[in-house]
Design a protein around this ligand. Structure first.
Ligand code: ATP
Ligand code: MG
Length: 204
């Protein structure tokens, strides 16, 4: 090792020590212990898959999980198949066929959204659930299919130890306000734009 390398190594070590001290101090300061509300939004890929990553984490600790999907995917997804086949302990509900993107049947859509909410709401009141995922619910709020105040109220008043993950593009200021963690996934580029087909295990 030459002098230059040694100097670089020393510098790196000292920078890392400083960084560690900062992180340790922050960890020390974080004293509140309660469930967290996470919003995953933005136009980039990774919102629902991140939510299901947290489902996997929670299940790893034997926690009780509820997953409510507010739109039906055009096709079956791997996570749906896996949960239905291997996770009978997960409370799972998908809005199903009632919902159509072309709002020709607005009252049908609203009924489907309300029916789905009727499954979700009790989960948000049940302290035995450690984690509740409300996948794609932001669209229901954007279309006014669900009353935003009602949903925000349920999120805010959920059991103290319960964590909740909300996904979907948009999500207004009021929703962001009530969440503890808000991440906006930015679309830099997506394979689909280059003509690559949605991929099993990656996209669905
Ligand atoms: P994922 O489920 O992969 O985490 P997501 O939840 O962030 O995606 P959604 O808007 O719910 O995004 O869309 C789900 C599907 O659309 C996935 O197959 C995803 O790959 C695809 N998708 C997401 N973002 C984009 C984009 N910016 N351009 C094209 N396709 C996208
Ligand atoms: Mg999604």
């Amino acid at each position: 090792m030459n002098d230059n390398d040694e100097l670089k190594n020393q510098k790196h070590k000292s920078a890392m020590e400083k960084q560690k001290a900062k992180v340790d101090a922050r960890i020390e300061q974080a004293s509140a212990e309660r469930g967290v509300a996470v919003l995953l939004t933005g136009n980039g890929k990774g919102k629902s898959s991140s939510a299901f990553g947290m489902v996997l984490r929670a299940l790893g600790y034997g926690q009780k999980v509820g997953v409510v999907q507010f739109i039906k995917g055009q096709q079956l997804s791997g996570e749906e198949i896996f949960i239905r086949e291997h996770c009978p302990q997960v409370a799972f509900y998908q809005m199903g066929t009632g919902f159509t993107w072309n709002t020709q049947d607005r009252s049908g859509d609203i009924a489907a959204a309300e029916k789905t909410w009727a499954f979700a709401e009790p989960l948000l009141q049940d302290p035995s659930f450690d984690l509740v995922v409300l996948d794609e619910i932001t669209y229901m709020l954007a279309y006014g299919y669900l009353d935003e105040a009602k949903v925000i109220d349920a999120l805010a008043n959920r059991p103290r130890e319960q964590s909740v993950v909300v996904t979907g593009r948009g999500g207004g200021t009021a929703l962001r306000e009530v969440m503890d963690t808000v991440s906006e996934i930015k679309d830099i580029k997506h394979a689909f734009a280059a003509g690559i087909k949605a991929r099993k295990g990656v996209d669905y």
